[in-house]
Ligand binder design. Structure first.
Ligand code: CMC
Length: 363
């Protein structure tokens, strides 16, 4: 039997949702370049596109806006649950637990866009409630007039964010909404293939995304930059890591063999937002040196900057604390998980691979 560790190069489904073209550095959502959508469309519109196949017309746009805004009020039982979780539990785990607790009978049956909005719209409210609860402060009153991302920043800060910060984070949400058969999306599809519900698929996906090889990387990027600290330390720090065959966070990708188009788009936004900040200059210098040294230590592997590197810079520029980096990725990627869950349910075949037994046999 043919065995592919990590299922590398194995196609597990046909999809109309996105094309991740690792050779040409293209990311296409239902026929549209993700970078173009990030410049011109809101995350709510892109969610509509990924779930329904077309961009919303003006009437649909207004309906979508109202649906998202109407689903962001946290029910009392969830507040009680979140408040009861011990303070040392990480935000990613709080999200996983809170989403799990939403799983009532209304989520039974095949996944739908309405169910997806109910989960996606609530995630920022869960994060903000948890932060305020730990700080002993009250989240501000919901503002149905604000967009999904503007409302997220508003809940965290208690004041309406600047348009520049909203646009930057909206671009991030669009660029990271969907990315083919990545580990968390695959987890969501596996769960859906058993005819389980969307809540269970999202809980599994959050569990897969939180690992440092997937959505846990941007916090690692910021720690790396903090540890390096100054320009003089860049080269020795990176060399030391590569000598020990350690990984540099924010570099490398299973699919991209050229620049990840999301990294390029996020770099442009971060550089615009944080121009002149010493930490941004350091990030740019570390990237240059890391790419040079990766070429020296890993010749021919074509390791490039991935989306997480400049996601970390963008988050910092809009004032998101490190502990919210991965939770914010969950807020954006839930759109892709739901799209794949819907597609899987529509053309379902139980996902059930095989394993090659290499253990002993009885005599
Ligand atoms: N730093 C140093 N060496 C690396 C790195 C890196 N970031 N990434 C890959 N390599 C090396 C690896 O050591 C191996 O070398 P060798 O052939 O000598 O053993 C070679 O490149 C191939 O690595 P691989 O493990 O076969 O590649 P993969 O496809 O399994 O890895 C990856 C993909 C993302 C897990 C890996 O590049 C990595 O660990 N990167 C750092 C963590 C990170 O930034 N993760 C975010 C990924 S992008 C977000 C997402 O889509 O979720």
């Amino acid at each position: 039997m043919d065995m592919k560790p990590g299922l590398e190069g194995v196609a597990a489904a046909e999809t109309k949702i996105s094309l991740v073209d690792g050779e040409r550095g293209r990311l296409i959502y239902r026929g549209h370049r993700a970078e173009d959508l990030a410049r011109t469309r809101s995350p709510e519109e892109v969610a509509f596109l990924l779930w329904n196949g077309t961009l919303p017309d003006p009437d649909e746009r207004e309906a979508v806006r109202r649906q998202w805004a109407g689903a962001r009020v946290l029910p009392g039982y969830l507040k009680g649950l979140i408040a009861a979780i011990p303070r040392e539990v990480q935000m990613t785990d709080v999200l996983r637990t809170a989403v799990s607790a939403m799983g009532d009978a209304s989520f039974e049956g095949p996944p739908t866009p309405e169910q997806a909005i109910r989960i996606a719209a609530l995630l920022p409210s869960i994060i903000a409630f948890r932060r305020h609860h730990l700080a002993g402060t009250e989240p501000p009153a919901p503002r149905p007039d604000l967009s999904h991302v503007a409302h997220y920043l508003y809940l965290l800060r208690g004041e309406v964010p600047s348009p520049a910060h909203v646009r930057a984070l909206e671009a991030y949400f669009v660029l990271t909404a969907e990315h083919g058969m990545n580990a968390s999306t695959f987890a969501a599809r596996v769960v859906t293939s058993t005819r389980s519900d969307l809540i269970s698929a999202v809980v599994a996906a959050i569990g897969a995304l939180k690992g440092p090889l997937h959505g846990g990387a941007p916090a690692g990027v910021e720690s790396m930059l903090d540890e390096i600290g100054t320009e003089e330390r860049i080269k020795p720090w990176i060399r030391e890591r590569l000598e020990r065959n350690e990984r540099l966070m924010g570099f490398g990708h299973r699919i991209y063999r050229t620049e990840d188009p999301r990294a390029a788009a996020l770099r442009e936004i971060a550089v615009r937002l944080a121009a002149g900040e010493p930490w941004l200059s350091l990030a740019v210098r570390v990237e240059e040196e890391a790419l040079r040294l990766l070429e020296e230590y890993k010749p021919g592997r074509r390791i490039r900057t991935n989306v997480e590197y400049y996601a970390a810079a963008l988050f910092r520029a809009v004032g998101l604390p490190r502990e919210l980096f991965t939770p914010t990725f969950i807020c954006s990627r839930i759109v892709g998980w739901a799209a794949h869950a819907m597609e899987q349910a529509e053309h379902n075949r139980l996902i059930r691979p095989d394993a090659v037994y290499i253990g002993p046999l009885p005599d």
